[in-house]
Structures are given as structure tokens and as C-alpha cells.
Design a protein around this ligand. Sequence first.
Ligand code: AMP
Length: 441
Amino acid sequence: MTTISFEQLGLSRPLLRALGEAGYSTPTPIQAQAIPLLLEDHDLLGIAQTGTGKTAAFTLPLIDNLRDDDVRAAPRQARALILAPTRELVVQIADNIKAYARHTPIRTAVVMGGVNMGSQIRAMAKGVDILLATPGRLLDLIQQKQVDLSQTDYLILDEADRMLDMGFIRDVRKIVARLPEERQTMLFSATMPTEITKLAREILWQPKRVEIEAKSVAVDRITQQIHHVSAREKAAHLANLLSDKDVGRAIVFTRTKRGANKVMQYLDKAGFNAEAIHGNKSQNARQQTLENFRNGRSSVLVATDIASRGIDIDDVTHVFNYELPHEPESYVHRIGRTARKGTEGVAISLCDPGERAQLRSIERLLKQSIPVAGAANDDKPRTDGAMPKGSAASQQRNGKRHNGAKKRTPQGEQEKKAASHKNAGQHRWRRRTRRPRRQAA
Ligand code: AMP
């Protein structure tokens, strides 16, 4: 957290009121850095993971920017588009926006696979302020001419690296090509593989870069442990660990959907209240499983990496890695499901001899070795209330648009602005700092 306040970041009264009601007292580092830049209309490259508060970092200024623009969406149009890789993430961002925008007239719609298309088409019929979507279904609806992005002024790509992993990048490029060149674009990614760097270069215009280190997610507040066990012993070992009285709400990660089902069935037979969540299930079934876990009807959630992306549930005391992930970044994502909102958590990984290479890559990424259970450095969950590092830098930054001051056109933008007046005289009001793409000096 930071010492700056949401008010100092230049957010409007209706948002400040909603933030107060949501119990947010201080901005997180990514919020302190990104919000002023986004209110000033910059493009942004945000390198940050779930758990850093990145959703509010882009949705809050988006809501205020939309309110500042004097535009109404025409039928089937969206003024802003947020693309996310999974349905869970889309639903979660939509829920956040609903909470933040509750004192504003901002209207949202959701377009994603796995749910009825008709209701999505109806939701878009009148046009919306913010459209949240997964790429595949959105492209379908664009091709059916049910969604028109030709007047969309804001584009946000969330978890871009995950979209790449899931094979969505071609769809993303096709969607971006439907938007006007003149727009504000934000790209968030936990990691920057070459393909995402390339995409960022193509779609962002002179972006500001905000980077929140993976380690500052919450790793400092998570007690991590490795248990070396053979693959055959894993299920029984896991059941044993889950019986510990300290385990309240637990998430177990497997690599595959089949694995998730097998572990869930084993735990179920062993008397645990376990449910599995993965991409083979319908959207409704996934939401129901999450709801059961959230309200305590089940206490163990067995999940694959992809399904885990949108899981934002408080009070997860333990994360178990039944299998280690192939990508070390996924490890950080997984363990970040615990120790949320300043709490502490435990992450235990079961490592069989075939997984040693994965363990080494994870330790390389974390720049630390993970204690092995039973070894001399065996650790117990910390109770010292340690807080994450890395928030100091953000305290220096400061929004220029305090107290409702007008937005300023960044220096050197005037000529570009003049050049961009191809739209002058049209009925649409153009954002003052918008500019044609790819005319960067
Ligand atoms: P995110 O990284 O966007 O998935 O956010 C992680 C969690 O932190 C969500 O449950 C948010 O509701 C919560 N959150 C985000 N910003 C703040 C804040 N400034 N203060 C308290 N909680 C926050």
C-alpha cells in the first residue's frame, strides 16, 4: 500500500464514495502509479499480476474518462472494450466495475463463450459504455454485425500473456483492427514474452510503463514449502495435509483437467468437501462451484491454472500444488490465491522426482530457494504481519489532475492533435489528446 490517497490521484467524487463503501482506504502501488497517467490519457503498459489491484488501476480512470467525454454509444457500439482471457476474469472485472461505478450512470455488457448469445446480443442492442469480453465470442458477434467497435475510444487487454498461452493472440489482433487508430490503449501482462512485446509495440502509442514485481504480489506473506513425494504417494499425502486443523479454505492445483477430476474424486471419497473447476465445465457450473467455495459449502477447490485466473476469494488459508506448473510464472499466480488483502497464507508444493526441473525454474524466478519440509529450515506460517515490499517508489508519483483540474494536453501533442483533426466536424466529440497511430516521433 502507499501513503497517497485516492483523492490525491484525481478521481471523481462518485468513485471516491464507492471506494469508501468498498472499504478501500489507500491505493496499491500500481494504482498510485497508473491512475494519474491514465487520467492524463496516456497509453499504458502494465506489468503486473492478479492480486496487485490492477483491475481498479485501469477501471477507475476508465470510468472517469468515459464520464468526462461527451459521447453516447450508438446501437451495438461500445465506448470502451476490455478483453480478458477467461470467463471468470471477465465476470470478476464486471463485478468490480459494478461496485466502483455504482454512483454513476455507466452501463456495461458482457460477451463471452459458454453462455447464451441471444442475451448478449440484446445487451449490446442499445450500445454500452464498457464492453467486457473474451476474444472468441466477441469476434463471432463482430462478424455477425451485432457488435461494432468502430467508435471505441478505449481498449484494455488484461492478462495478455495468458491470452497468448490460450491461443487468442490472432483473435486479439483481428479485434484490435476493428477499433479506431485514435484511442487510449492499456495492455496488462504478468510476463512479457517476445510475442507480447511485439503486440505491445504494435498497439500502444508512446506508452508509459508501470511494473510491479512478481515478488511484491504477496510472496513475502506466504509461507512456502516443498514436500518431496513420489507421484504415487501424492493423493494420500495431500489428504493428510488437508486434514491439518490449520487448513481452512484450500485450493489444490493440478496441471490437467483430468488430474483435477481425479484428485477431486479421491478427496471426495476421503471425506472432504471438494469440488473441481476447469475449462470443460459450463459457465454456470463454474460459477456455481466458485459460489459454493466462496460461501463455505465446499472447503477444497481443485483447479487448473486457466480456471484459477479469475479466482478472487478471500480467506484462502492454503494453496497446494499437487503438481508443479510448467511455467514458473504460474506458480506465483497460484500461490497468490492466498494471502490476499494483507492476510497471510501457506503454499505447499508436492514435487515428485520428475518435477525437479520445474522446481529449479520456479526458484530461479523467485530468486530464492523454497524450504523443504522436514529439513532444518522447515518453517511454520508466519504471524508477524509482514507487509509486501516495493511500495516506496509509487509514493513519489503524483497525479497532476488534482481537485478536478482540467486534463492537459501533453507537450508536443499539439501538432499531432492538429493532424488528427480528420474527424473534426463529425458529430462525435473527440478526446483532446487523441492522436493518429504510428505517427510517433
Ligand atoms: P486485482 O489484482 O485487481 O485482482 O485485485 C486484487 C484484490 O484486491 C481484489 O479483491 C480487489 O477488490 C482488492 N483491492 C484492489 N485495490 C484495493 C485497495 N486499494 N484496497 C483494498 N483492496 C483492494
